[in-house]
Design a protein around this ligand. Structure first.
Ligand SMILES: Cc1cc2nc3c(=O)[nH]c(=O)nc-3n(C[C@H](O)[C@H](O)[C@H](O)COP(=O)(O)OP(=O)(O)OC[C@H]3O[C@@H](n4cnc5c(N)ncnc54)[C@H](O)[C@@H]3O)c2cc1C
Ligand SMILES: NC(=O)c1ccc[n+]([C@@H]2O[C@H](COP(=O)([O-])OP(=O)(O)OC[C@H]3O[C@@H](n4cnc5c(N)ncnc54)[C@H](OP(=O)(O)O)[C@@H]3O)[C@@H](O)[C@H]2O)c1
Length: 492
């Protein structure tokens, strides 16, 4: 595709996506500077376990841009300022008993297996990501304890191409000051994850209830152990991965008062015809009465004397560092629920040559990051095997995808497995990347072989709903082999 002018690349985030990006960029052996900025003290992202989640601010009905706001950037840098006390959502939601929910063969990067499987405790992915940086000799790219506070496009103005200016902040604990500086790069990959800012729906009376009864309402982000809920009457809200797993753990521990109430907005793939023993299903909560402490549900039933309400209602993406004004608009459209002016969940139509975003789709995780990372590294190196389509075609893709997901009532960035959508997406990235060159430059996009696809189809952490005894399926210790494949990646 011709020599690219891109010589320096910044990666924001040292989670699994950042690790994949670093390896793919290094393998091209063409970039003079690769820097991976990470606000935490170690790589690992989501998989870092924070035993103490700190106080997590609850903002019912609010979206990430309203609560995870940009920091005030000093007019000139480098400089030091008094330390910022703004809450930054940088702790993770990992809890003590969390194990992975994707079989190891399909979750790990293709070039390095997890040490064991199929469903490993949370510290395995954490150790794995950290080691992956060293194993691929990309650890020297890491700039830890450093938050990217601003990303601004610098228009070309006579230079061969646009560049990026990143404003960075690191807390210096010895001097107790924030140190600010800026660095410029030819290209940026955003790999900042999207499970940091908790979402809590707006419910009538909820704000007053939180103020009147502090400590009762929480989000799954601060759930750590069942011990927090011993002898408590608990309502869990939500029945996706967090809601299901936390409710199961609570009930199986026998610690909270039973039943544990689970408020469901819709039936999930986990749910059988009726609730498992120890759980009572409730519909959505309509109202909290801060005077009486009563909680009213959509079916007009009420609960009182509740000791804990755990909102397992998910997370919202947040890009406080994205300079909306300088970069011509926000990165994400919260009303539509998808990245703005994006192509294939990865490329930017506004900055098609020097911006990438990784880790956004709800799909196989680490493995998909590899395809995205290799495609972006190849594009930035100018070695991709075919060009991205014209911008008008990319725009058509976004329109078609929006129509499809609206028709099928699913989310824009949820990529399905069963009908081949995931494979089609991987294939697109695979073909765009093309093969490495003979002199061993560039990573080869991985194959997704039979064994991996079989595991995705058949290996499950939980028995099928209504078949808790594993009837018909082969029950292994702590996991299940399904007789028939069905909704294979619903658990992601
Ligand atoms: C509770 C929970 C359980 C999960 N379980 C599974 C599972 O079993 N299997 C599975 O495949 N997936 C699971 N996931 C999904 C998980 O998030 C992915 O596996 C994967 O770790 C995401 O990687 P990432 O690199 O995209 O994001 P992250 O892991 O979130 O990494 C992003 C990194 O960017 C850093 N960062 C953010 N903003 C900045 C900034 N401004 N400056 C510098 N650094 C910044 C963050 O500190 C973080 O380290 C789970 C998610 C959650 C929340
Ligand atoms: N390894 C593991 O075992 C594990 C454990 C936990 C989490 N995770 C991962 O963490 C990520 C986030 O999962 P998550 O479960 O926290 O979030 P999520 O998948 O976004 O689920 C949010 C849940 O909240 C429900 N909800 C939203 N508003 C509601 C309301 N007003 N009343 C009742 N329910 C409401 C949603 O219902 P609708 O379905 O109706 O929208 C959905 O069930 C996923 O990638 C997941 O795989 C993994």
């Amino acid at each position: 595709m011709g020599r690219s002018p891109i010589r320096s690349v910044a990666v924001i985030g040292a989670g699994a996506a950042g690790a994949a990006a670093a390896t793919a960029l290094a393998s091209e052996n063409v970039f003079e500077v690769i820097r991976v900025f990470e606000r935490r003290e170690v790589p690992g992202g989501t998989w870092i376990y924070d035993a103490d989640p700190g106080t997590i601010e609850l903002h019912p009905g609010k979206l990430p841009p309203e609560v995870d706001t940009p920091l005030k950037i000093p007019k000139t840098v480098p400089r030091t300022t008094p330390p910022s006390s703004q809450y930054r959502y940088d702790r993770t939601p990992i809890y003590a008993e969390l194990t992975t929910n994707v079989p190891a063969i399909a979750m790990s990067f293709s070039d390095e297996p997890f040490p064991y499987g199929p469903f490993v405790p949370h510290w395995i992915p954490k150790q794995y990501i950290e080691s992956y940086f060293s194993l691929r000799r990309t650890d020297s790219f890491l700039v830890l304890n450093t938050t990217v506070e601003d990303v601004t496009s610098i228009p070309a103005k006579g230079d061969p191409h646009d560049r990026w200016r990143l404003t960075l902040r690191r807390h210096d604990s010895i001097r107790d000051v924030d140190v600010w500086w800026a660095e410029e790069f030819d290209a940026v990959i955003i790999a900042n994850g999207h499970y940091s800012v908790p979402i809590i729906p707006a419910v009538k009376g909820l704000n007053n209830y939180i103020n009147k009864f502090p400590g009762i309402v929480s989000h799954s982000k601060s759930y750590r152990t069942v011990g927090q809920f011993a002898n408590k009457r608990v309502i869990v809200i939500g029945n996706s991965a967090s809601g299901h797993d936390i409710t199961t753990q609570l009930v199986e521990s026998g610690k909270p008062k039973l039943p544990v109430y689970q408020s469901r907005r819709s039936k999930s793939r986990w749910d059988g015809a009726g609730p498992p023993p120890g759980i009572e299903w409730k519909p959505v909560i309509e109202e909290y009465n801060a005077e009486t402490g009563e909680i009213l549900f959509a079916d007009n039933t009420r609960l009182t004397n509740i000791d804990a309400v755990i909102y397992c209602t998910g997370y919202g993406p947040s890009f406080p560092f994205w300079n909306v004004e300088a970069n011509g608009g926000p990165l994400y459209d919260y009303a539509k629920g998808h990245l703005r002016e994006n192509y294939q969940h990865t490329f930017s139509r506004v900055f098609p040559h020097n911006l990438g975003i990784m880790g956004f789709p709800r799909v196989l995780t680490f493995r998909s990051f590899e395809y995205q990372a290799i495609a972006l590294a190849r594009l930035f190196a100018g070695r991709h095997s075919k060009p991205l389509p014209p911008l008008s075609e990319q725009e058509d893709w976004e329109k078609r995808r929006a129509e499809l997901v609206q028709r099928e009532r699913r989310k824009f960035h949820d990529i399905e497995w069963d009908e081949g959508e995931t494979m089609d997406w991987f294939r697109f990235l695979f073909e765009l990347s093309g093969l490495p060159v003979l002199e061993d430059l560039g990573r080869c996009p991985p194959v997704l072989g039979d064994a991996t696809r079989w595991a995705i189809d058949h290996v499950r952490k939980y028995p099928e709903p209504g078949r808790e005894d594993g009837e018909g399926d082969l029950e292994e210790e702590g996991w299940v082999i399904l007789e028939q494949r069905k909704d294979s990646l619903h658990f992601i």
